[in-house]
Design a protein around this ligand. Structure first.
Ligand code: G3H
Length: 254
């Protein structure tokens, strides 16, 4: 850790914790907006953080996105952790397949030599279809597994970037803009104060479930996400934040 001291990352972590009123922050060198390898470094830091907290038999719920894809890519097996189950945190959010929670969950499990279960819920279901789907025994069983997770690992996105990347309906897009959403995490959109201004209706982990999950890890970096991170972390003071120097410095106004 001498290197981290030399780079001033420890000081950045302390400053971020104080600024965001959170319990733990990990900052990696660089800015993932500028250098793609920085996302992998966040992924590596996240894997270390996960392994420190996991024990055999644990269920880990993961979300989608490019940052979570980097976490999956950096995952490695652990001799002491040979019985982990990975599940997607929530159903479809309109992402392309490479960014979907199911894809990332399967990849992470494969790299960890763990098991996985997937959740197949189409986007934009009608109310009737949604209600009958969640009564299906196989879906119900899966939702119970997801809700019993001991760890959630998720990304945080810039609201407009995320709404545009997903197949967001015109009326929802207008709502997201009119209500000044700045952050997105697992299908929820938040304003600067951290208030929910829009939510993609889907099954799985809901925002109100998070306080009951033992370990919640948020992974997001790049100066362009500073505002989003600041807004979202108002909702999640007990979450561990894994970020990069670019986001940390932008957050601190440096
Ligand atoms: O769910 C997606 C995240 O909120 C952000 O995605 O890691 O690709 O920026 P990203």
């Amino acid at each position: 850790d001498v290197m981290r001291e030399v780079l001033g990352l420890k000081d950045l972590e302390a400053a971020i914790k104080q600024k965001l009123h959170i319990e733990k922050a990990i900052v990696v060198a660089g800015d993932s907006d500028l250098s793609p390898w920085v996302k992998k470094e966040m992924g590596r830091a996240c894997v270390t953080c996960m392994k420190k907290r996991l024990k055999n038999g644990d269920i880990v719920a993961v979300t989608g996105g490019t940052t979570m894809a980097a976490v999956a890519e950096m995952m490695t097996p652990d001799a002491k952790l040979n019985d982990l189950l990975f599940v997607p945190a929530r159903g479809g959010l309109g992402e392309n397949v490479e960014n979907q929670a199911n894809t990332i969950c399967a990849k992470m499990a494969e790299k960890a030599l763990g098991n996985y279960r997937l959740l197949h819920v189409p986007d934009h279901l009608s109310r009737e279809a949604y209600e009958s789907l969640i009564e299906e025994p196989a879906v119900k069983e899966m939702l119970e597994l997801i809700k019993s997770c001991r760890m959630v690992v998720h990304g945080i996105g810039d609201a407009i970037t995320m709404a545009e990347r997903r197949k967001t309906r015109k009326e929802d897009m207008e709502k997201i803009k009119a209500r000044h959403a700045v952050a997105e995490a697992f299908g929820y959109y938040f304003n600067e104060k951290g208030e929910v201004v829009h939510k993609v209706k889907t099954v799985g982990i809901q925002l109100e479930d998070l306080p009951h999950v033992e370990h919640v890890i948020a992974v997001a970096g790049g100066a362009s996400k500073a505002k989003a991170i600041q807004a979202y972390m108002k909702r999640a003071p007990h979450s561990i934040l894994i970020t990069d120097e670019g986001a940390a410095k932008a957050l601190l106004g440096e």
